[in-house]
Design a protein around this ligand. Structure first.
Ligand code: ADP
Length: 163
């Protein structure tokens, strides 16, 4: 039986921290579905189509990873996809409380789907998409250490449009 994991998030934009987690998950599961949240209440820098395209292009090297849009509850989406697990990244203790709440609530809704937490390489411990957006806003070349080249280029382009 093939095993699928769903990795949900906003990916605004996708970073090397996300990709680190996806790579680990792709080694553990037959298939990984990166579920890009569409109905998130968050206001995003990149549109849904841009976030989707950046994620897809950044993940092209993985034969068993696909990006899909997800508009409803993540556990329902995972069930529809026949997934065995939801994958989340844990960077620091500060992630833990929220993630624990979500994992327990999701398990209450769909018992057979477990949440699995993976730790990224320590170089990505302090990385998140909002820090990247902030660095890009100030034109910092450091973003290139933390996102794929196409994402860095898209950030530079986006910031020049905003100004
Ligand atoms: P959201 O904040 O909307 O859940 P994100 O796209 O920011 O979505 O994150 C999706 C998942 O990726 C979460 O589990 C988050 O903890 C994880 N994540 C984000 N950045 C990193 C990182 N640098 N290293 C490991 N996991 C990360």
């Amino acid at each position: 039986m093939e095993r699928t994991a769903v990795y949900p998030g906003t990916f605004d934009p996708i970073t090397n921290g996300h990709i680190d987690i996806i790579e680990r998950a792709a080694q553990m599961f037959d298939w990984v579905i990166v579920a890009l949240a569409v109905n998130s209440s968050k206001k995003t820098l990149f549109t849904q189509d841009e976030r989707f395209a950046l994620a897809e292009q950044s993940l092209a090297q993985f034969g068993n990873v696909r990006v899909m849009l997800c508009s409803g509850l993540i556990v329902e989406f995972a069930r529809q996809q026949g997934a065995a697990a939801i994958v989340r990244g844990l960077r620091a203790v500060s992630d833990f409380e929220y993630e624990l709440q979500m994992a327990l609530m999701n398990r209450k809704m769909v018992q057979e789907i477990n949440t699995i937490f993976l730790m990224p390489h320590e170089r990505y411990t302090y990385l998140n998409s909002s820090i990247i957006r902030e660095l890009a806003r100030y034109g910092s070349p450091t973003i290139r250490d933390f996102v794929p080249a196409i994402v860095a280029d898209a950030l530079v382009q986006k910031m020049s449009n905003v100004e």
